[in-house]
Each structure stands twice: as C-alpha cells, then as structure tokens.
Design a protein around this ligand. Structure first.
Ligand code: ATP
Ligand code: MG
Ligand code: MG
Length: 370
C-alpha cells in the first residue's frame, strides 16, 4: 500500500493516521516529540525537527502524498517537498493561513467580509485614526491560537501600548464585534469540479478555546448555506486543495463575517467522525491522493465536547469514564497524551441524539459528571 506523510503528530495527526490506516494506507509522521499522539499509530515516526533536511528527504522519497496537521509548519519545507511529491494543501496556502494580514486580505479579495481591521506591520502603521477599530482586539499576525497573542483594547492609547508590549511584531487591530454566535464550515476541495462541504457547526468557546460544537448549527438554513458557499468561494480563490476550515462570526443582524481559516481538519469538525457519512480526516486522505471527496451528509444531530486537562484529577489521573461508557449514544475519543495540563486538549466526546437540544442536554449532563 502507498505511504502517506503528515507533518505534525498531534491529535489531528492521530485522527488522520487512524483514517488513513483504515483506508489501507501506510503513514509516516514527522514530529520532534517522541510522545506525539499520532506516533502510536504511525507506521513510521520520524522523530526530528520539522526543518530536518534528512527527515524531509525521507518523506519526499517514501510518500506518495504529504499533508500537514498544523498551520505553523514551515511553508518553504512544503514548497520544497512539492518538487518531488504531491503536497496538499500547498505551501502557499499554508503561508497565507499563517499570517492574519495575508489571510484577511485574501478573504476580502475573495469578496467576503471580515471585521474592520488595521494591518500593523510597523509602528508607523498604528499612528493613524484608530476609532474605526475600537473597541478592538489586537492580535499578533503570527503564531496565535486558542486566543493566545490577543489583547482587548478600548482606546487608541491602550492599543498603542499593547502593540509595544507585544514587542512591535506584526499585528492586526480588529474591531470587537457583537457576536450572536460563531459557526464554522469545513470544505474539501480536490479540484475545481470536486468540492464537498460539511454541515455547518455552531461553536461555543470558553476562555478562547473551543468548548462545544453543535451540529446542525442553530441558524437558518439560508445562513448555513451562505456559510458553506463562503467556504467554497474561499477555497476557490486560494485554489486550495485539501481540507479547509473557515470560522465565522454571526452578527446580530444575521450577517456573516469570516473570522479566520485553518488549512487542515479542524477541532470543530471532530464531530464528522461519529456523525457524517465521511469524516474530515478521510476527506483529507481523499483530497491529498486526488480521489473524489466522500459524501458529507449528517447521519445524526450531534454535540461534541472538548475534554481539556482541567477535568483530569489533581494527581494527573484520568476522570472516571464510566458515565460516558454507560451512555449508549456517547463516543469517547482520547488522544493518548501522557501529561494533562490545564487548557490542554486531551480528548473529546460526542453525543448523538434525535435533535440538537437533546444532544446538548445529554452532553452537558455527562460533562458535569466528569
Ligand atoms: P483558534 O484556536 O481558533 O485558532 P485564535 O487564537 O486564532 O483561535 P481567534 O479565532 O481570532 O483566535 O479568536 C478567538 C475567539 O475570540 C473567537 O472565536 C471569538 O470568540 C473571539 N473574537 C475574536 N475576534 C473577535 C472580534 N473581532 N470580535 C468579537 N470576538 C472576537
Ligand atoms: Mg486561529
Ligand atoms: Mg479561531
């Protein structure tokens, strides 16, 4: 069987490996962490830095196709790999998703709305009238996730001070919007003609980290269709190949604003494993191999709950899973991480029910017992 390669061996990599193996592929994972969650299941674990020339050479020579599970992979390494093997998404697309300034300008170029924002590449850029972006959030252009690298500011002085505190690195100042809810749409694009979008997920965050995903999202079918359409338009504009996640804000007037994109399967798409005809990891395998995307229909309303290290016991012991095991419509997924820390994503569970309200009630009751 063909060998597939993945840069990164976190939980997304682990679920990718599981899908690929089930589909008959062998998998090589590149990750410097000897305990990487994906390494347990991989055929080959290249335990080396992401820019290790020999490891990248091995990937290029042994893999029929290579993908990534995290956006902060070296885009140049991906471009170099693309000279000898299939790489999806492309290094160019990944580079755009790594930089909020490039990302937002591409979103606008695709004809889609973002929050009003100011790109700040140097201190001169922030010496302008800031009122259109206030109150706002100053976000580092690079390397932010789970709400890290973000400062909420009310005044121009606060914004300038926060920019200085962040060390003068490139940032965006984004207007704080009044969010009714947040949703995401995950699209798989194999070619211009072969595109499939998953049902839209409603996402509830806690402390800047995804807490729950509810599918179908509790929005009108028209709005859900619009989110899916926007995700496809963005994939088209980027000439994107692979799985692309698009996060949206829903405003009070039911308009949609694109928040950000992730060039990979997404936490808000974990639900697809238990609740869709094809899951987002299988879609990534299909896309990277140039196969047709699978169907994306929802088989059942579903709620996904993230399990952070916070629910582990003080001594690091696992919570008691009995209640989850006793719930016939719940599915537990653990990522095999050795050390539980507050805020660290350790696993998730899903609850399938006849409607989202029941699924949500049951999911929250289960979570409360952990
Ligand atoms: P992720 O882990 O999803 O990559 P991130 O660190 O890149 O997160 P964002 O998605 O930019 O961060 O923001 C995190 C959360 O902060 C959003 O999901 C939303 O709840 C809130 N937020 C971000 N920008 C705005 C905004 N302009 N107006 C209101 N709320 C916002
Ligand atoms: Mg992000
Ligand atoms: Mg986000």
């Amino acid at each position: 069987p063909a060998m597939l390669g993945i840069l990164g061996g976190g939980q997304l990599g682990r679920m990718f490996v599981t899908a690929a193996k089930r589909m008959g592929y062998r998998v090589t994972v590149l990750d410097p962490d000897a305990n990487a969650p994906a390494a347990d299941f991989a055929d080959v674990h290249l335990c080396a830095p992401f820019n290790d020339a020999a490891a990248l050479q091995t990937l290029a020579a042994s893999c029929a196709a290579v993908t990534t599970e995290f956006e902060n992979v070296n885009a140049d390494a991906m471009r170099a790999l693309a000279k000898t093997t299939r790489v999806s998404p492309s290094g160019d697309c990944v580079a755009i998703a790594q930089d909020r300034i490039a990302e937002k300008s591409w979103i606008n170029k695709a004809g889609l709305p973002t929050a009003p924002y100011l790109a700040i590449e140097s201190v001169a850029d922030i010496q302008v009238e800031l009122a259109p972006y206030l109150p706002g959030i100053l976000k580092t252009a690079r390397l932010g996730y789970d709400g890290k690298g973000q400062v909420r500011v009310k005044t121009a002085d606060e914004a300038r001070a926060a920019y200085a505190d962040l060390g003068g690195q490139a940032c965006v100042l984004e207007k704080m919007l009044d969010l009714k809810l947040e949703v995401s749409a995950i699209v798989t694009r194999v070619s211009a003609a072969q595109v499939a979008v998953f049902p839209v997920s409603e996402n509830i965050h806690k402390n800047g980290i995804l807490d729950e995903s509810i599918v179908p999202a509790r929005i009108s079918p028209t709005l859900a269709a619009q989110a899916q359409d926007y995700a496809v338009k963005l994939a088209e504009a980027l000439d994107y190949i692979g799985v692309l996640a698009v996060e949206f804000f829903v405003l009070a007037d039911d308009s949609l604003v694109v928040n950000e994109i992730a060039p990979r399967p997404h936490n808000s798409g974990h639900y697809t494993i238990d609740a869709c005809v094809t899951d987002q990891y299988q879609q990534q395998v299909r896309a990277m191999c140039g196969l047709l995307p699978g169907r994306t229909e929802l088989l059942s309303p579903v709620v996904m709950v993230n399990l952070l290290g916070d629910v582990w016991r003080e001594d690091g012991g696992e919570p008691l899973w009995d209640v989850l095991m006793e719930a016939p419509n719940a599915h537990l997924h653990l990522y095999g991480k050795k050390e539980a820390r507050a805020g660290r994503k350790m696993g998730h569970f899903t609850v399938l029910a006849a409607n989202v309200d029941d699924a949500l009630d049951q999911a929250r009751a289960l979570k409360d017992t952990l």
